[in-house]
Ligand binder design. Sequence first.
Ligand SMILES: Cc1ncc(COP(=O)(O)O)c(C=O)c1O
Length: 399
Amino acid sequence: MSNVEFQRQLQQRLAELAALGQRRTERTVDCLPGGLCRISGRELVNFGGNDYLNLAHEVSCSDNVREVFAGQVGATASALVCGRSQWHDRLESALAGFEDTEAALLFPTGFAANLGLISSFVQTNDAVFCDRDNHASIIDACRSCAGRMLVYRGDRLESLDESLRRRRGEYGQVFIVTDGVFSMDGCVPDLGLICEIAERHDALVIVDEAHGTGVLGEHGRGACDFHNVEHRVLARVGTMSKALGGLGGFVAADATTVDWLRNTARSQFFSTALPPAICAAMLESLQIVQSEPQRRQNLAQLTAFAHQQISDLGLQTVESCAAPIVPILLVDEESAVRISSLLMEAGWFVPAIRPPTVARGTARLRLTLTVGHNRAQLAEVLACVRTLVESHHTKCTTA
Ligand SMILES: Cc1ncc(COP(=O)(O)O)c(C=O)c1O
């Protein structure tokens, strides 16, 4: 097949995606401090970003960060060659200190951390049980690892228990991997029960704390901290691209596990290390997370307020989710897309999430809250959603 023929095939497939309403288009957004953004020259309240603690702009102003950035942009090589600077070293120590683990290892992204960790742990005779709602990076890692991938439902943990009871004997090591916060609805899985099931069947637990780090738990370490199961989990994966306002993944675990990953996680050592200035900035973010717990407390209050408003307005959400990701379920994709674009005209950026990212029939608007938002904005945007839902006769289920 020639290049041109292949490109024609791609055009055909893109047209099929468009016909299904699943073709993605990119937009250019300037994210501004204080929970705002600018799109096509208009300032909007931004409910689409993950800068939960408002750190993305704040830490860029630090003298330290500016100085390191002025001296060097790229790390020039992978950590194992000569890309690991004093800033990487200091950040790994600070992350281990924050996470209260023996060690931590940096990765270029959270995606790379999941990929590297799962493919280096799960060997040929092993199995990995993966929640069906896990992030794409976990699913891709499980699909491509040497062992067997088995999918379970987080809302039916009794069936996870049952399949482990039936199948545990077939495998060498068994892992259970779950998001600490599910990014499409803000729900936190029952990690206490997952650990109990794992312990009953001699399995090891891995938790992806991408949306929990800095946000949940007494110490702000995430869902494991929230559920008080940190000591029962083998390794926690984190990303610095959300509440820490920067970039880069990490794994926090005991020294031996981290040493194994340093030796075997291909997405870590076959990729250029993070820019040193990012590491300097993330040190500042960690410092703020630890010294200003009121940020996450304010965010928790704002999240509770959003759920209360949604319930008062008769909109449908996913109940009792602790994280500051608030979905409004709208059933059909067209309504979600249309209401999102009308909200944009009214000054609110609230993305529509639709299949295949979520299951068919569960298209939604997703509001991601940050400490830059306030109650008045939330009350206003939710009232606006309610009006749009009513006036457009959507299939939205109201209470
Ligand atoms: C649950 C989860 N894990 C991992 C990642 C990937 O993190 P990163 O953006 O650092 O690659 C994301 C990001 O969207 C996520 O939501």
